[in-house]
Design a binder for this molecule. Structure first.
Ligand SMILES: C[S@@+](CC[C@H](N)C(=O)[O-])C[C@H]1O[C@@H](n2cnc3c(N)ncnc32)[C@H](O)[C@@H]1O
Length: 204
């Protein structure tokens, strides 16, 4: 679906590393890490997704039921943490960030994809549906928690880690994706222990 994802997710760059995917869904991204030689572990909370992910990855990767805010792994047990389209659905995102920092080894890196507040898609939903546009964002008509991030509030959420952030996904006009793309892709390195204290918990 997302041709840009291959490079943005860095599927090819983690051979031999321990990679954790938070919210692995049906396992398509997890499989890419595993196929390129990573020791890949995925977690998710949706039973049907877990079943499909296990079916997809077979013996190539481990899939576990777990909540992003309480990862069942020891401190400093992964080289790389990846998550696509999950953090913006979580009501306490800083708890997930703290868990990412906790499970990363010193020097370990993370790569997190969230919805951008200003994108062709949010603007088109607002124009089409007006005040209730958020109800028309996901396939579900049931209420779904969604945060929309700016680069600024994403940096605040991950403080004190330094982030490199790019925008992606504008299928009809890829040359405009860096301005109006639908996903913010944030990459960074685990902060040195002790620096996390006092990080601002604001997400909006
Ligand atoms: C957009 S999908 C991820 C797709 C995945 N990258 C793939 O390759 O299929 C988001 C996933 O996050 C999971 N999720 C949402 N909230 C979660 C939470 N609090 N803890 C763990 N997983 C969560 C959902 O169940 C869903 O499978």
């Amino acid at each position: 679906m997302y041709p840009w994802l291959y490079d943005a997710a860095e599927f090819r760059n983690h051979a031999g590393e321990r990679v954790l995917e938070i919210g692995c869904g049906t396992g398509s991204d997890l499989l890419q890490f595993a196929k390129h030689g990573a020791v890949a572990v995925g977690i998710d909370i949706t039973p049907e997704h877990l079943r499909l992910a296990r079916e997809r990855v077979g013996q190539l990767a481990e899939v576990r039921e777990a909540e992003a805010t309480a990862l069942p792994f020891p401190n400093e047990s992964f080289d790389y943490v990846y998550s696509h389209g999950v953090l913006h659905h979580i009501e306490a995102p800083r708890r997930v960030v703290d868990e990412i920092f906790r499970v990363l080894k010193p020097g370990g890196r993370f790569n997190i994809h969230v919805y951008a507040r200003w994108s062709y898609f949010t603007l088109s939903r607002i124009l089409k549906h007006g005040r209730n546009w958020r109800l028309w964002f996901e396939n579900s008509r049931d209420p779904v928690h969604i945060d929309f991030y700016t680069k600024r509030n994403l940096r605040r959420l991950f403080s004190p880690a330094q982030l490199q952030i790019e925008k992606y996904e504008f299928r009809r006009a890829p040359f405009l994706a860096s301005m109006f793309g639908f996903f913010l892709v944030a990459k960074g390195t685990r902060p040195v222990r002790g620096d996390e204290a006092g990080a601002d918990q604001t997400t909006q």
